[in-house]
Design a protein around this ligand. Structure first.
Ligand SMILES: *[C@@H]1O[C@H](CO)[C@@H](O)[C@H](O)[C@H]1NC(C)=O
Ligand SMILES: *[C@@H]1O[C@H](CO)[C@@H](O)[C@H](O)[C@H]1NC(C)=O
Length: 158
């Protein structure tokens, strides 16, 4: 029993300390509709086996209302969905992968939310874990032209 508890608690710690994080853009960054933005998705280095399955980067158009508090209800408008393979680049940052995505051109002015979801298998028994992160960004009110929403996303190979 003690042994099982030990395994469970170390598994819990493992799952909690290894999580997806949006390193860039940072909270409060100005995001302009229709423009490309580099999203830096990091995952803290670890000693246990981790198999990254996929990631989604999305934008919630909060449209002047408070942004939702739970990403498991909605991710918003998907900007990228696909493989996630973080690598160690700069030593002061956790392993990450850069994605260049296009900000939807109909994004409302004000506070909006960039969200990320990550599906990962952790440990030798491949515990399936779905994790989220988000940053609030600010969209300036501008006379920018309103075009069709772009759901185009592309990966920057590094
Ligand atoms: C955004 O992140 C905060 C802090 O981790 C969390 O409390 C909130 O539920 C998240 N919201 C969404 C929509 O993911
Ligand atoms: C990833 O993007 C950030 C922010 O644009 C940049 O500073 C960094 O050099 C990029 N890293 C790689 C490996 O391209």
């Amino acid at each position: 029993m003690k042994y099982i508890l030990l395994i469970l608690s170390s598994l819990f710690l493992t799952v909690c300390s290894q999580t997806i994080s949006i390193l860039s853009p940072t909270s409060g960054t100005e995001i302009t509709p229709g423009q490309d933005v580099t999203v830096q998705l990091g995952f803290a280095n670890s000693l246990t086996g981790v198999e990254h399955v996929s990631a989604v980067i999305a934008m919630i158009n909060c449209a002047g209302a408070p942004c939702p508090s739970d990403a498991s209800d909605t991710l918003g408008i998907p900007l990228f969905a696909g493989n996630y393979t973080p690598e160690l680049h700069e030593g002061n940052l956790p392993p990450y992968q850069n994605f260049t995505v296009t900000v939807p051109s109909n994004l409302a002015a004000g506070t909006n939310m960039l969200t990320a979801a990550h599906f990962v298998l952790i440990g030798v028994s491949a515990v399936p874990v779905l994790q989220f992160d988000n940053v609030t960004v600010s969209t300036p009110s501008s006379a920018g032209t309103r075009r069709e929403t772009s759901i185009r996303g592309r990966t920057v190979l590094v």
